[in-house]
Write a protein that binds this ligand. Sequence first.
Ligand code: ZN
Length: 481
Amino acid sequence: MANYVPSVGMEVHAELATRSKMFCRCPVAFGGEPNTRVCPICLGLPGTLPVPNRAAIEMVLRTSLALNCKIAMRSVFHRKNYFYPDLPKGYQVSQYGETNPLGYHGYLDIPTSSGGIKRIQITRVHLEEDTGKLMHLPAGGSGVDYNRAGTPLMEIVTAFPPDIQDAEEAKEYLQQLRQILLYLGVCDGKMEEGSLRCEPNISVRIEGAEKLGTKSELKNLNSFRSVQLGVGFEVRRQIATLEHGEKVLQETRGWNEQKEASYPMRLKEAENDYRYFPDPDLVPMVFEESYIESLRASLPELPLAKVRRYQEALGLSTYDAGVLTADRDWAIFFEEAIALGGDAKTVCNWMNSDFAKLLNDAGITAAESKVTPGHIVELTKLIADGTINGKMAKEIFAEAFKSGRNPTDIVKERGATQMTDTGEILKIVHSVFEANQEVVTKYRSGNVGVKGFLVGQVMRQTAGRANPQLVQTVVSEELEK
Ligand SMILES: [Zn+2]
């Protein structure tokens, strides 16, 4: 079998998290009764005039800057003309051209499995409006719901020829992109609700061949997993087709989640001619340099930059840094704890274990919980200065999680300070030895493994309050006597 090289282009649509639609004041939301969030403008009735949503334009500009794009300082909207029932106007407002989209010629760096970085070139980030949704009616026939029609939609397209070469990179690209959109607060990123949609196009060619192979486009991918599985499936299917001496067809294929297989939807015999032309109802968008620079200055630190900083400045592992930065609020919580004097690794451990578990069990986010960064720092200091041990800290943290009270107060109220008085511990060690004389004898006749049992008994007698290291030392000393 020849060696094949896959190429994967990614077309991602993100519904913008604006309150209202792109050209009217209808609210943007998911679901609801069909055709309840519509007006003459988004239904495209004659005599209406669209007014662009400024917030949506700003979101696309900020995303473009975060994706290292050039900005079109003068950018126009075009009409993309085609007939389909989900498109009430008979055209979709979109942006056409090489340097006309709000953002163009950018890139996104993704981490590779070998620990390096791969740069994925992006050709355009443009603004358009979403279509309505066709639906099958229970009584038979089809209906159309225009609630989604006119929702601001951002399209992000990778450059040609594609840099992405396998399913893993395709998934990684989408994950990084989604994280950036969430950090920017421009999209809720819900693939299962369709607010983030990905249509990869896939082709394979024999290694060394200059020309790219015929590509197929995949639709209906509603999770990272399906993107990864779908791209992997298409690569294998196309290679098998070529190996059989057959041709790969240029077609749009759907993804069947249950069967984990793609199926043909429609052939693409020629590129559609959409007769793009500038929308005469919409004036060109013209931006001042100072406005763009102010947007650039207001960008948050992005996930990959955070990961690098956590590794280099705070000494965290790639894994820890990745978990902390996966969610922006989580990263901010961590950074606030560090600003309050918390030790990076210790705070990270508490957040990613006990805190994450309690949040998960309660089904809430860090911001919704009663625990503050200060609580975690206080807790780690109580452990560090020997006031409490690790086991007590877990209980105190659980209590702080429930009540929102600060750890120092809980420790005081419970009288739950750690037992560090050697004399006191020695008394308990003696009583444990007396109650377990045969174990002590075993140890002294060479079975040193039983020491753990004795240490455990002492800890139990103190209800877990004794300093564990101290107990270890005292028990060892007494056994050697
Ligand atoms: Zn409307």
